[in-house]
Design a protein around this ligand. Structure first.
Ligand SMILES: O=C[C@H](O)COP(=O)(O)O
Length: 229
């Protein structure tokens, strides 16, 4: 499983890079808007510096024509580095761009996926990752689990190297479900990590262990402090 963060907040990335087995960082224009960086490329270079080259960095094009998207992609690679995954919306224009980028040997993440068919086209185009939007599909009354399952089946049938990078999560249960359905990677907002790991049940368990331990050995005693050597 690959676990990515769907944020470009530098402090958040720094914090979680030390906590979880972080596989990379994903962004899109809405995620960038939350940080409002004055200098976009400088900010993204800082993200890369934090995560290093061994983790994946996914940056989305914003152009509205194939030419503009290709120009965006080339500029991203020039300003950042040639290992960046170029995120391209999987529509008619985007597919033409994906085809060209793959011809140039560039890493591509096909994004804004709401249907199996979009995913099948992206797999056929040889993208590295495809990003189905789990919660947005649910809001459209689309069975996200089934879409991800069908995409995973297609990848297997085609013996493709494309990975499913499921995105757009609003609950931890959605993340679990997408992994069960066959997603190889998930990208999540830091709020979901907080929710998952700061639950009252976990805190209550930790408090209970602390109380039992302290009733035996006194307050502040740790295993390290009990050593007699
Ligand atoms: O890049 C895609 C995002 O993960 C979409 O997430 P969202 O539906 O919460 O905006």
């Amino acid at each position: 499983m690959e676990l990515l963060l769907d944020t470009v907040n530098l402090d958040t990335i720094k914090k979680y890079a030390d906590v979880i087995s972080l596989a990379g960082v994903t962004s899109n224009p809405s995620i960038v808007k939350k940080e409002r960086p004055i200098d976009f490329y400088k900010h993204m270079r800082e993200v890369r510096q934090i995560i290093g080259k061994e983790r994946t960095l996914h940056v989305q094009v914003v152009g509205q024509t194939a030419e503009a998207m290709l120009a965006d992609a080339h500029m991203i690679l020039e300003e950042l580095d040639d290992q960046v995954y170029i995120k391209v919306p999987t529509d008619m224009t985007g597919l033409a761009v994906i085809k060209q980028l793959k011809k140039e040997g560039i890493h591509v993440t096909a994004t804004a996926i709401y249907s199996e068919f979009q995913g099948y086209l992206a797999i056929a185009a040889g993208v590295d990752y495809l990003a189905p939007y789990y919660n947005r599909m649910i809001n459209m009354n689309i069975d996200s689990d089934l879409v991800i399952k069908h995409l995973a089946n297609q990848i297997q049938r085609e013996q493709s190297t494309t990975k499913i990078l499921a995105a757009s999560f609003h609950t931890v249960q959605q993340i679990n479900a997408s992994l069960v359905m066959g997603a190889q990677a998930v990208t999540l907002g830091p709020d979901l990590l907080e929710t998952a790991l700061n639950s009252p049940a976990i805190s209550a368990a930790v408090a209970g262990f602390k109380a039992d331990w302290e009733s035996l050995y006194g307050a502040n005693a740790t295993l390290a402090s009990l050593s007699v050597k």
